[in-house]
Design a protein around this ligand. Structure first.
Ligand SMILES: *Cc1c(COP(=O)(O)O)cnc(C)c1O
Length: 828
C-alpha cells in the first residue's frame, strides 16, 4: 500500500485549468468570451484537461523505451469507450477542481459532461470489456497498448418510429474529437489482393513472391489512457485507412481523374463503419479486410518498436505479448508468421515458436452463428500469401496430431483449420487456438463448455492451454464515476482504499447492521431513481413513480438474452390486473435499453412489442400507475451510467449455457440491484460470491436443456398445460394490443411454438413468473431488500477488471507492472 502511495499523483489547482481553457479558447479556437459557442467552450476545456496528461504520457512512453520493458498489446476490433471527459478528470483526481474551474468560467459542469463525445466503437459486452481492461491496465501500471480501428461511424444511433427501431449514422468525428492525436509519422502500408508467383532463386530452386497487390495505408490516432492517480498514461492506438500517398499516379497521368478519386475512396471505405452485429459473423469481404488491416498495421507497429532495442528475434516473446479479443484478430497468427518469415528471414520453425509464445486468445461465445469461418476462396483472393501460410500451419499441426494420436482420421477432420466440403472454409477459432499458448473462456461455466462442447479434441490434445479468466468491470467508471453519492457513502465508512482494491468492499459488511447506514443507502438509491425518472420524462414523456420497483434489462437485443421472456412477464401481470383490477401488486417500472442488429428482424419485432406494451399500459387508467414500461432509445455507455445507479432489479435471464459471461450483471449488482437470473455465465459466480439467498436464480440449467432436447422438446405441451401462458401467447398471436394491426407479433408467437422455441422460453416461463412473485414480495420488505442489496455491494469486489487483468498478466502474458517516476524531469 505504501509503495502505491509513493507513485500516486497530486492535484493541479483549478486556476491552472481555467487559464488553460482560456488559452485554448483563444489560440486553438480563435474565439473570445463573446464569440465562443458552447462547442468552443467544450473543446477548450477538454484540451485544457488533455494538457494535464501530456507530461505523464510522454514520461510513460519514454520510461517503457528506456527500460525496454515487456509490453502487452491488446488486439480488438471493438472498444466501447463511452465518454472520456469525466473519467479523465477522475483519473487525474481533478473532478472537484474541474467543476470549480468550470464554475469560475461561468460554465455548467453537467452540461459540459453531456456535450462530451461518446466513442461508440463497439457493439456491446466484448467492446466494453476491452475498454474496462484498458482502464485497469493503466491503473495497475502495466505497460500496455490497445490496438483497434478508428471507425468513422461507430455503432448506429437508435431512434423509434411508431415503436420500430430506426438506425441513424453515428457521426462522432464530425466536429473533431479532442482526445485523439494523429501520428502521420507512424503510417503503415497495407497490401491486399494480388497473387503468388513462382520465381527462380540463384541456386536453382523456386520461391513464391506476392505480386500485383493493391496497397493502401493505416494512419494511427492515439487516445491516452490515464491510470487512476498514477503517472502511467498508456495509449489506445486506432488505425484509420486511407489511400497510399501518390496513389494511382499512372491513372492520374492518363487523365482519368475521376476514376482515380474513386480508387482513393475504396481505401477510405475500409474504416468507414463498424459492423453493427453482436455475436454473429458478418462474412463480408470488407469485414475480412478490416480484420486484416487491424492485424497488419498493429503487428508492423509493434515490430518496429521492438527493433528499436533489439537486433535479433530471440527475446521477442519475452518483450511482447499479444492478446486476441475473440477470433476477429486471429489473422495475427498468419501475419506474424508472414512478417517474421517473409520479411525478416526468420526460419519457419523458429518463427512458429516465437508466434505461439507471443499470442494469447480469448474466446467469447459458444453461439454457432458467431464462430468465424471465412471461405477459402475469399481468403485466398484477398490474402494469397496468408492462405498459403495457413495451409502450412495446418499441415504441420495435423502431422503432429497424427504422431500423438495415430490412425484417427475423424480426429484430423475435426481439428483441421480447414473445413472440407463443396466450398472449403477456414476455421478462425482453430487458427487462433493452434497459434496461441493460452486460450481462455470468460466465466467458469463458459470455459468448461469451451473445453467440453466446442473444442473437446483440442482440450484433449493440449489440456494446459485451456484456462478460465472470468470477466470484470472497472469500478472506477461503474461506481465511483456513475454513482458518486454511493461511492462517497462507502468511503465515509471504510476509507478510499477500495478504489484501488475493490475487495476492500468486504469491510462494509459489519456496517450493514447500522440502521443509519441503511437509511443513507436507501436515500441515495431513491435520489438516483428520481433523477432517472426525470430523464425518462424528458426523453419519452412517460412519468414513472420513483417509489416503484425499477426492473431493468439493458443489453443488446438477442433472442438468447430473452428480452421477450421479460415482456411475457409484463403481459402476465397486465392480464392479471385487467382480470382483477383491485389486485394487490408491487408497483413496477420496467426499463429497457437495447439495440438490435439492423438485419435481425425478429429482435426488432421484440423492440416493437415492448414499445407497444408501453403505449397501452402506460396510459391505461385501470393500471393506475402500478405498471410502467419504458424503452429508452439509443442504449450506450452513457445511458448505462444513468440507468445502473437507479436499478432495483437486474434482469440476467439468458438461456443457460448461452451467455458467455455478461458484465452488465456485475455493474448492476455492484450498484445495489438484486439479480434475477439463470444459472449462466458469470451469474453463477456472482451467486457464489453474494450468497444464493441474496440473488434470485431460476430456470433450467444447461445440462437440463441437453436432456430436454434429447427427449424431444415440444413447446406446445407447455402452451396446452399452462392456461396463463396460453393466454399470454394468444394475446401475441392476435395482437390484442393493436387490434388494427393483428399480425405484427405473429412471428414471435410462431418462434415460441411452431418453430420449436430454440431458446426454451416456455420451459422456463413458469419458474420465471414464480420467482418474480418472490422478488415482488421481498421488495415490499424494505429492510430485508436493503440488507440483501448491501450484501451484494459488499461482496462484488472480486468482479473488478483489476482482478481479471492481474490474472491475465500472471497466467497468460507474464507481464510485470512498471512504476513511472520522474515525470517532472521531462522538459516541456
Ligand atoms: C456493459 C455493457 C454491455 C454488456 O452488457 P451485458 O448485459 O453483459 O450483455 C453492453 N453495452 C453497454 C453499453 C454496456 O455498458
Amino acid at each position: 500500500m505504501s509503495e502505491q502511495e509513493s507513485t500516486r499523483t497530486t492535484q493541479t489547482p483549478p486556476e491552472k485549468l481555467k487559464t488553460r481553457t482560456l488559452f485554448h479558447r483563444k489560440y486553438s479556437r480563435g474565439k473570445d468570451g463573446r464569440t465562443a459557442t458552447p462547442y468552443d467552450e467544450y473543446w477548450s476545456f477538454a484540451h485544457a484537461v488533455r494538457d494535464l496528461v501530456i507530461d505523464r504520457f510522454v514520461a510513460t512512453q519514454q520510461h517503457y523505451l528506456d527500460r525496454d520493458v515487456k509490453r502487452l498489446y491488446y488486439f480488438s476490433m471493438e472498444y466501447l469507450v463511452g465518454r472520456l471527459l469525466k473519467s479523465n478528470l477522475l483519473a487525474l483526481d481533478m473532478l472537484g477542481p474541474g467543476r470549480e474551474a468550470l464554475g469560475q468560467l461561468g460554465l455548467n459542469p453537467e452540461a459540459m459532461f453531456e456535450r462530451d463525445t461518446e466513442a461508440g466503437l463497439g457493439n456491446g459486452g466484448l467492446g466494453r470489456l476491452a475498454a474496462c481492461y484498458m482502464d485497469s491496465l493503466a491503473t495497475l501500471e502495466y505497460p500496455a497498448y490497445g490496438y483497434g480501428l478508428r471507425y468513422e461511424h461507430g455503432i448506429f444511433r437508435q431512434e423509434f418510429q411508431e415503436g420500430w427501431q430506426r438506425e441513424r449514422p453515428d457521426d462522432w468525428l464530425s466536429t473533431g474529437y479532442p482526445w485523439e492525436m494523429v501520428r502521420p509519422e507512424y503510417v503503415q502500408p497495407v497490401c491486399v489482393y494480388g497473387r503468388l508467383e513462382d520465381v527462380r532463386d540463384p541456386h536453382g530452386g523456386t520461391f513464391q513472391v506476392w505480386t500485383d497487390w493493391q496497397m493502401f495505408e493505416g494512419v494511427p490516432y492515439d487516445i491516452p489512457v490515464i491510470g487512476y492517480k498514477v503517472n502511467t498514461v498508456n495509449m489506445l492506438r486506432l488505425w484509420s485507412a486511407r489511400a497510399a500517398e501518390g496513389f494511382q499516379l499512372d491513372v492520374f497521368n492518363q487523365g482519368d481523374y475521376v476514376r482515380a478519386v474513386e480508387e482513393k475512396n475504396w481505401a477510405e471505405n475500409v474504416t468507414k463503419v463498424l459492423y453493427p452485429s453482436d455475436n454473429t459473423q458478418a462474412g463480408r469481404e470488407l469485414r475480412l479486410i478490416q480484420e486484416y488491416f487491424l492485424v497488419t498495421c498493429s503487428i508492423r507497429d509493434l515490430v518496429r518498436r521492438y527493433l528499436k532495442n533489439h537486433h535479433d528475434w530471440e527475446d521477442f516473446p519475452e518483450k511482447n505479448a499479444i492478446q486476441m479479443n475473440d477470433t476477429h484478430p486471429a489473422l495475427a497468427v498468419a501475419e506474424l508468421m508472414n512478417v517474421l518469415c517473409y520479411e525478416h528471414d526468420v526460419p519457419w520453425d523458429k518463427a512458429w515458436d516465437l508466434t505461439v509464445r507471443t499470442l494469447g486468445f480469448t474466446n467469447h461465445t459458444l453461439l454457432p452463428e458467431a464462430l468465424e469461418e471465412w471461405s477459402e476462396d475469399l481468403l485466398r483472393r484477398v490474402l494469397p500469401r496468408h492462405m498459403e501460410i495457413i495451409y502450412r500451419i495446418n499441415h504441420q499441426f495435423l502431422q503432429r496430431v497424427q504422431l500423438s494420436r495415430p490412425g484417427n482420421d475423424a480426429l484430423l477432420q475435426k481439428v483441421s483449420l480447414i473445413e472440407e466440403g463443396e466450398r472449403k472454409k477456414v476455421r478462425m477459432a482453430h487458427l487462433a487456438v493452434v497459434g496461441s499458448h493460452a486460450v481462455n473462456g470468460v466465466s467458469e461455466l463458459h470455459s468448461r463448455l469451451v473445453r467440453e462442447r466446442v473444442m473437446p479434441e483440442f482440450a484433449d490434445l493440449k489440456p494446459d492451454r485451456f484456462i478460465n479468466i472470468t470477466n470484470g468491470i472497472t469500478h472506477r467508471r461503474w461506481l465511483v464515476q456513475c454513482n458518486p453519492e454511493l461511492a462517497e457513502l462507502i468511503t465515509s465508512r471504510i476509507g478510499d482504499e477500495w478504489i484501488y482494491d475493490l475487495e476492500q468492499l468486504k469491510r462494509l459488511e459489519p456496517e450493514i447492521e447500522d440502521p443509519d447506514f441503511r437509511t443513507r443507502f436507501l436515500e441515495i438509491k431513491h435520489r438516483n431513481k428520481a433523477r432517472l425518472a426525470e430523464y425518462i420524462h424528458e426523453t419519452t414523456g412517460v412519468d414513472v413513480p420513483p417509489d416503484s420497483l425499477f426492473d431493468v434489462q439493458i443489453k443488446r437485443l438477442h433472442m438468447y438474452k430473452r428480452q421477450l421472456l421479460n415482456a411475457m412477464h409484463i403481459i402476465t401481470l397486465y392480464r392479471r390486473l385487467k382480470h382483477n383490477p383491485g389486485m394487490e401488486i408491487t408497483p413496477r417500472t420496467f426499463i429497457f435499453g437495447a439495440k438490435a442488429a439492423p438485419a435481425y428482424l425478429l429482435a426488432k419485432r421484440v423492440i416493437k412489442l415492448i414499445n407497444t406494451l408501453g403505449d397501452v399500459i402506460n396510459k391505461d387508467p385501470e393500471v393506475d400507475g402500478r405498471l410502467k414500461v419504458v424503452f429508452l432509445p439509443d442504449y450506450n455507455v452513457s445511458l448505462a451510467e444513468k440507468i445502473i445507479p437507479a436499478a432495483d432489479l437486474s434482469e440476467q435471464i439468458s438461456m443457460a449455457g448461452k451467455e458467455a459471461s455478461g458484465t452488465g450483471n456485475m455493474k448492476l449488482a455492484l450498484n445495489g440491484a438484486l439479480t434475477i437470473g439463470t444459472w449462466d455465465g458469470a451469474n453463477i459466480e456472482i451467486a457464489e460470491h453474494v450468497g444464493e439467498e441474496n440473488i434470485f436464480i431460476f430456470g433450467r440449467r444447461e445440462e437440463e436443456f441437453e436432456d430436454l432436447r434429447r427427449d424431444g422438446y415440444n413447446p406446445w405441451q407447455y402452451y396446452d398445460r399452462n392456461p396463463e401462458l396460453k393466454g399470454v401467447l394468444d394475446s401475441l398471436k392476435d395482437n390484442e394490443y393493436e387490434p388494427e394491426d393483428p399480425d405484427v407479433f405473429r412471428e414471435l408467437f410462431d418462434e415460441l411454438t411452431a418453430h420449436g422455441d430454440p431458446f426454451f422460453y416456455l420451459a422456463d416461463y413458469r419458474d420465471y413468473i414464480e420467482t418474480q412473485q418472490r422478488v415482488a414480495e421481498c421488495y415490499r420488505d424494505r429492510e430485508r431488500w436493503c440488507r440483501a442489496t448491501l450484501l451484494n455491494v459488499a461482496r462484488m469486489g472480486w468482479f473488478s477488471s483489476d482482478r481479471a487483468v492481474r490474472q491475465y498478466a500472471e497466467k497468460v502474458w507474464n507481464l510485470e507492472p512498471v512504476e513511472v517516476r520522474d515525470v517532472g524531469r521531462i522538459s516541456t
